[in-house]
Design a protein around this ligand. Structure first.
Ligand code: SAH
Length: 363
């Protein structure tokens, strides 16, 4: 039993079964035993690898996409350049190097990172040394200023709740204790859940749906700042337009694991429901783009051309790795279509580079 499993068992003994969202929040961010709070999980020797850790080109293109939006909106200065869940700081370091070529952008940028993990904050401090970073626990404290923001694999780490359809109501999946004292799944009594009313139409008895309460709480105020002050928010994650079924996933050492087996020692994520994200952005008064596949978006931003430019300087295994990175990020069945992109921007401003208006706005 992990120390966190013991802590959770005590909590359940004292206050009863807990929703999955409480379990995820503790497993990921408990101050002394949480997965992110205590370690750097990225890279070949870690538990998983993310796009910016695969190739520098990812952060470069994200940076140039934000800079194009900044130019399109009249180069507001100063402005907030922000990232949610920056991991090792690699994406932002690559973006910053690329945007140094856009006159005025880096000089006007004030760098703000939203990160709760002390371990990862330290990595970010090293990666972005000298750039004058301000850290936040929560996006609510970001400045009231034009906001150009990126979030890669952030929303998938937010705690979700799971509900099972029973008649016209929903029973919540909860964590309780077996007679031997280990964590087990259970179900609450069924009742109505207002936030799931729209899912009564596309689910049947026994169907499972997920709800991420923190998602609108985070995305709607960000969109409101962008709608009012200018800017853009680009979110990249794995998921679909509307999630159906159990997407909770645990990964340790690059392998799927049982989500309850070792809380605090495996990464826990769930698919992002992009419809929920689009609704949350729209509720803040921002215009929302269509959801796009990551591969399509990166190719529109010039990933193939950038790949060739860098390839000309490489040979041997470095060249092979570089080409493999291009494939991994763009190929169908790999990150190219498992990952999706969506953005919001002030109504009446240009659609961010590589994205399109949602279908109902197309001529
Ligand atoms: N964007 C990075 C890291 C993705 S992992 C990359 O692409 O490599 C998720 C990141 O979000 C980690 O930095 C983690 O510590 C952070 N994080 C997770 N939940 C968070 C929360 N509720 N508030 C702030 N940061 C969070």
């Amino acid at each position: 039993m992990t120390p966190l499993a013991r802590h959770l068992a005590e909590r359940i003994r004292a206050t009863g079964p807990m929703p999955l969202s409480d379990y995820m929040a503790e497993a990921l961010m408990h101050p002394t035993h949480g997965y992110y709070a205590t370690r750097d999980p990225f890279g070949a020797g870690g538990d998983f690898i993310t796009a910016p850790e695969i190739t520098q080109m990812f952060g470069e293109l994200v940076g140039l996409c934000l800079a194009q939006a900044w130019l399109d909106q009249g180069s507001p200065a100063p402005f907030t350049l922000a990232e949610l869940g920056p991991g090792r700081g690699t994406l932002m370091a690559d973006a910053w190097r690329a945007t140094a070529r856009v006159p005025g952008f880096n000089a006007a940028a004030r760098l703000h990172l939203v990160e709760q993990s002390p371990t990862l904050r330290a990595r970010q401090r090293d990666a972005l040394a000298g750039l004058g970073v301000t850290w936040h626990d929560d996006p609510a404290s970001l400045p009231d200023a034009p906001l150009f923001l990126i979030a890669n694999e952030f929303f998938d780490a937010l705690p979700i709740r799971q509900f099972v359809r029973q008649g016209a109501g929903w029973a919540e999946r909860q964590l309780g204790l077996s007679p031997e004292g280990s964590l087990i799944w259970g179900l609450s009594p069924a009742g109505p859940v207002t936030a799931l009313d729209h899912r009564l139409a596309d689910t049947a008895e026994g169907g499972l749906v997920e709800l991420c309460p923190a998602l609108p709480a985070i995305a709607t105020p960000l969109a409101a700042t962008i709608a009012r002050r200018g800017g853009v928010a680009v979110a990249i994650d794995y998921g679909h337009w509307r999630s159906l079924g159990d997407t909770l996933q645990a990964v340790a050492a690059h392998r799927a694991a049982d989500p309850l087996a070792a809380p605090g020692e495996a990464d826990l994520t769930a698919h992002v429901d992009f419809e929920a994200l689009a609704r949350a952005f729209a509720a803040g008064g921002a215009a929302v783009t269509a959801m796009e596949r990551q591969g399509t978006w990166l190719l529109r931003l010039g990933l193939a051309e950038r790949t060739e430019r860098l390839a000309a300087r490489l040979a041997g295994p470095a060249l092979a790795n570089h080409r493999a990175a291009f494939t991994r990020l763009t190929a169908p069945g790999q990150m190219g279509d498992l990952f999706k992109v969506i953005a919001c921007h002030p109504p009446g401003t240009a659609v961010p580079a590589g994205l399109t208006r949602p279908p109902e706005h197309r001529a």
